[in-house]
Design a protein around this ligand. Structure first.
Ligand code: ACO
Ligand code: OAA
Length: 370
């Protein structure tokens, strides 16, 4: 038995949700470029869960449910108020999502119908959790969700209490579309492993949030912003990046396990970063990002992934950097739950083997003789 480090190249599941074939990403067979230009996040969530684009009536019904379920249980608001004000945003999200199961009478109902309802409720609640977390740690009261608006609109509204601009809503909605699913990435795999024991959907999503938190996965978007802040200005980019590359330090937001010729989502976020910067009257973050890309791609052949330009996009939208990965989670929840539903449909315990590299034939030594 020989292990493949990081399971690189191992096909570990069948799935009909999203595909990456020759560098082209699709959700249910629809090219991500087409979806990014034309679909709303709500349509994409429906597509991932039900395998087809919704009719207007189906979309209206889904949106009605998102509005209906967006309000959080009062115990969740109280729980958020008990968290240390300096708690890590992803650790807080992981804790709160886990606790939402405790207030859901259907948490352990394993029928498909109940699991679909839970996926929809979680999708409605997650933006409210992140926005309430952000306000409570600033000593502010959470803002009740609006009825009848999109998830992107509602999230920005609940964060600030102000009506977001159409431009901001459109940008966030497109970012949510781009992050919604990605084949067997680490957090989706974690979700599938968890529910393949026939554990519940909340356990699967909690595992996934834990996996997304790490800087080699979703946490890279926040790490990109830390880097941009450390660099500080366009003039400092070259010396900073050269120094990191010479010292073999990874540049966050670059490289990918599957894409070797570039991540098809990055160009949309790059364009968004430029357009939002222009509208805001400052292109510095965008220009710094472009310069970093020139250097890293030029010297290492590594291309930006989905996390790279999302850092400047979210910052230009006025979002604090430690909410970037929670926003990724809001979007990816749709993919995680679609994969969880798919795993339950044709389940088998996921239990690979390990190649043993430790000692053999070791005798037990009584404690007095050690
Ligand atoms: C949503 C997402 O999860 S997208 C990914 C987000 N993560 C990041 O942006 C973090 C930075 N990137 C990385 O750490 C990696 O590229 C990963 C984790 C995304 C993919 O990792 P792997 O496929 O395991 O590649 P691995 O880490 O083995 O790298 C292979 C080589 O490329 C180098 N490399 C890979 N990424 C980078 C990077 N961002 N900067 C500099 N060098 C890099 C490695 O140092 C290694 O070099 P070596 O062979 O000389 O030792
Ligand atoms: O697929 C991966 O390994 C990481 C990624 O890009 C994602 O989860 O969107």
């Amino acid at each position: 038995m020989t292990a493949t480090k990081g399971l690189e190249g191992i096909v570990a599941a069948t799935s009909s949700i999203s595909s990456i074939i020759d560098g082209v990403l699709t959700y249910r067979g629809i090219n991500i470029d087409d979806l990014a230009e034309n679909a709303s996040f709500e349509e994409v969530a429906y597509l991932l869960w039900f395998g087809k684009l919704p009719t207007q009536a189906e979309l209206d019904d889904l949106n009605r449910q998102f509005s209906e379920y967006a309000a959080l249980p009062k115990q969740t608001i109280e729980h958020l108020k008990l968290l240390p004000s300096n708690s890590n945003s992803m650790a807080s999200l992981r804790t709160i999502v886990s606790s939402l199961a405790l207030y859901d009478a259907e948490a352990n109902d394993m029928t498909r119908e109940a699991n679909v309802r839970k996926a929809i409720r979680l999708q409605a609640q997650l933006p409210a959790v992140v926005a309430a977390y952000s306000r409570i740690r600033q000593g502010l009261e959470p803002i009740a969700p609006k009825q009848g608006v999109s998830i992107a609109h509602n999230f920005l509204f609940m964060l600030t209490g102000e009506e977001p601009s159409e431009v901001a809503i459109k940008a966030l909605d497109q970012a949510l579309v781009l992050h919604a699913d990605h084949e067997l990435n680490a957090s989706t795999f974690a979700a599938r492993v968890t529910v393949a024991t026939l554990s519940d959907i909340y356990s699967g999503v909690t595992s996934a949030i834990g996996a997304l938190k790490g800087p080699l996965h979703g946490g890279a978007n926040e790490a990109v912003m830390v880097m941009l802040e450390e660099i500080g200005s366009l003039a400092n980019v070259e010396s900073y990046i050269n120094d990191k590359l010479n010292n073999k330090v990874k540049i966050m937001g670059f490289g990918h396990r599957v894409y070797k010729n570039g991540d098809p989502r990055a160009k949309h976020l790059m364009k968004m970063s430029r357009e939002l910067g222009k509208q805001k009257g400052t292109l510095e973050l965008y220009e710094m990002s472009v310069k970093i890309e020139e250097l890293v791609t030029g010297q290492k052949g590594l291309k930006p992934n989905v996390d790279f330009y999302s850092a400047s996009v979210y910052t230009t939208l006025g979002i604090p950097r430690d909410l970037f990965t929670p926003i990724f989670a809001i979007s990816r929840l749709s993919g995680w739950t679609a994969h969880i539903l798919e795993q339950y449909e044709d389940n088998r315990l996921i239990r690979p083997r390990a190649e043993y590299t430790g000692p053999t034939n070791v005798k037990y030594v009584p404690i007095a003789q050690r």
